[in-house]
Design a protein around this ligand. Structure first.
Ligand code: PRX
Length: 645
């Protein structure tokens, strides 16, 4: 196995904040004296009232609670802005690379960002937004998106970002769920030379979201949009009327910072709620240690602000650390497959954090797009969102990083707020495809289906045995669902929904979801969500959705569809159903394969046997297992005969 072990480069071992010995010591200390450890770490934030208590939690039903630093008070925006002004007001906070490389990049200093945030916060106040109100943010990747989040944080409003690729229907559902009376959007977004009609989507969403009263529109492209008097206002007009001075609202550490909707195994997306103090500490600490970040370095997380990665590692972590965060409006493959490396050279990026799906897409275009650029500035590479296959890992390491740059393969989730299992560049020898070791304070365990603890080298379900500051606090509006979803499968433990292997060296290897969630291009999609969208179509009687292997996306979406009696299967209908799902949820949910199925494999009690459907979608039809408990075993033959390859 030694071929597969990449030792810590000597220079990293010498210079990194955390070397192998420090990792062992700090991890042990974080578990043996959590209060001491976390109170010490909490000092990296600027508190209005410093906390005297650290974790106060129980995962047991009788006294279920999760609280961190509960007696502390702070403001998240002040931590990301104000405290850097005295020494670094002129430093670059956001470096913005536009979609079109022919346009100029924008450089926004901490002082400029501070003023922009204060102004935006005053516009929100003028529109009646108060502490605790929910504000939906439906924005393209422009600096104003970060400004909007920080403006909410400054006045204690709870932001709920909805990815700009979601449809009006999906947007409406999220607005209604958190009762958000205000949406911040832009006229249009731009991605890969195409326009996204964000404002028009908000208009369409309002039909299903009567709670919506105000729309603040940032002029991004100058595209034509209809403004509804009394409801819609241009941001630049409103901003001109308010001052650039806005005091930061003192918040309890446990006050909510944001809601972010994510897919689960049931139909409706959950509003994951994060706290102010614990979350910010987690984002800042992991960003500093995992990327070994030093102020002055240009750091690029190539995610979208619509996902948790964008929240923690484009906005909150880097800005809390006084860093320079690069924000990219475009896509990796436009105008050509060399764009990422051109951006790296143009801005002298030292740390690059991206997803395996992007790497696989670029890898297939050949090395010349990479090798025609310098990339000498790169020091560290990161991966997130899904298991990285060793082939993509090696390409990232050998071709992109020319063998110089360690790769931090960071495993975490929307629910965890930040990194949980990850290498540290100065401490961890790397194994391609392994997220490796737990971060400080994290106690991962593997359990079998009955919850029995598995020791040593083994494979099982991944649970986390104790709370950590960045943990989500509840599902918005449904605390019971929070408890049921995460803490009842294995009593007293947080269940991640992931399967995992631990090798003889104690390295963790995430094997993928063990629930009805699939990971499409690093984005979580609930199979039930796609099924609900399909059955809304008037020709569809029933639908079952599973994941299938996909070269670029990691997993693709395979849908089995039973039509209503009298309906004819056809290519045209297949296309219509794909378009239907795109409109209902968004392009990321578009099924890759739709198989028309006269019947689905069900048990006598009517439960669909997904195990069989997964195997057929994977093309693994020789080992379908026991089908004798099916109400009608013959449906399987039909499914196998008509599978889409
Ligand atoms: O299955 C794991 C996978 O992505 C899931 C979390 O998805 P989401 O909440 O959308 O957050 C994505 C960004 C953190 C996990 O349950 N996942 C994420 N990172 C990795 C991963 N699987 C393997 N290796 C990773 N590095």
């Amino acid at each position: 196995m030694s071929d597969n072990l990449y030792p810590v480069p000597e220079a990293w071992a010498r210079h990194a904040r955390v070397d192998a010995a420090a990792y062992e010591r700090l991890h042990a200390q974080s578990l043996s004296d959590p209060d001491g450890f976390w109170l010490e770490q909490a000092r990296r934030l600027d508190w209005i009232v410093p906390p005297q208590t650290a974790g106060d939690w129980s995962f047991d039903e009788a006294d279920f609670r999760i609280r961190w630093f509960a007696d502390g008070k702070l403001n998240v925006a002040a931590n990301c802005l104000d405290r850097h002004l005295a020494s670094g007001g002129g430093e670059t906070a956001i470096l913005w690379e536009p979609d079109d490389p022919k346009e100029e990049a924008r450089r926004i200093t901490y002082l400029e960002l501070y003023e922009a945030v204060c102004r935006f916060a005053n516009v929100l106040k003028a529109e009646g937004v108060k502490k605790g109100d929910r504000v939906t943010v439906y924005m393209p990747m422009i600096p104003e998106a970060a400004v909007a989040l920080l403006a909410c944080a400054r006045i204690g409003a709870i932001h709920s970002v909805v990815f700009g690729g979601f449809s009006p229907e999906a947007l409406a559902g999220r607005i209604v769920d958190c009762e958000s009376r205000i949406v911040i959007t832009a006229d249009e977004g731009r991605r890969g030379g195409k326009r996204v009609p964000l404002k028009a989507n908000v208009d369409a969403a309002q039909k299903h979201a009567p709670v919506l009263e105000k729309v603040i529109v940032v002029k991004a492209t100058g595209g034509e949009v209809a403004m509804q008097p009394g409801r819609d206002l241009w941001y630049h007009e409103a901003a001109a009327k308010v001052s650039a001075d806005c005091p930061a609202e003192p918040m309890d550490a446990e006050d909510p910072l944001f809601i972010l909707y994510t897919s689960g195994s049931t139909g409706k997306p959950k509003g994951v709620l994060h706290s102010s103090g614990g979350y910010l500490l987690w984002a800042a600490y992991t960003h500093e240690v995992v990327f070994d970040y030093r102020p002055g370095q240009v750091y690029w997380c190539a995610a979208d602000i619509g996902w948790v990665t964008g929240h923690s590692y484009i906005v909150y972590g880097p800005l809390a650390n006084g860093g320079t965060t690069l924000m990219f409006e475009g896509v990796p493959t436009w105008p050509d497959a060399g764009r990422m490396w051109q951006v790296v050279d143009r801005h002298q990026v030292e740390i690059l954090y991206t997803a395996p799906t992007a790497l696989r897409a670029l890898m297939k275009e050949g090395d010349s797009y990479v090798t025609s650029t310098s990339r000498k500035s790169l020091k560290l590479l990161g991966s997130v969102g899904e298991p990285i296959n060793p082939e993509a890992w090696r390409w990232y390491h050998d071709v992109v990083g020319e063998g110089r740059c360690p790769i931090v393969d960071t495993w975490w989730q929307t629910e965890t707020g930040g990194h949980m299992i990850t290498p540290l560049p100065g401490a961890t020898a790397l194994k391609p495809g392994s997220a490796s070791m737990p971060f400080f304070g994290i106690e991962p365990q593997l359990v079998d289906g009955d919850g029995a603890l598995l020791e040593g080298a083994t494979e099982g379900n991944l649970v986390i045995a104790r709370s950590w500051p960045g943990q989500m606090r509840t599902v918005w509006g449904d605390h019971e669902r929070f408890f049921q979803t995460y803490f009842t499968t294995y009593r007293g433990k947080y269940f991640t929904g992931d399967g995992c292997r631990r090798d003889a060296d104690g390295y963790y290897w995430i094997t993928g979801r063990v629930d009805d969630v699939i990971n499409v291009s690093g984005h979580r999609m609930g199979t039930a969500e796609v099924e609900s969208a399909l059955v809304l179509h008037d020709k569809v009687a029933e639908a079952a959705v599973v994941g299938m292997p996909h070269d670029i996306k990691g997993q693709g979406i395979y849908a089995y569809v039973t039509l209503n009696a009298g309906e004819e299967a056809s290519e045209a209908l297949r296309k219509a159903l794909r378009d239907w799902v795109r409109t209902e949820i968004g392009p990321i949910a578009t099924p890759d394969a739709i198989q028309f199925a006269p019947g689905l494999p069900k048990t006598r009690s009517g439960k669909i046997m997904r195990r069989i459907l997964r195997k057929i979608a994977e093309g693994d039809v020789s080992s379908l297992g026991d089908t004798s408990t099916l109400a009608d075993p013959s449906v399987v033959d039909d499914l196998v005969a008509n599978r889409i390859s």
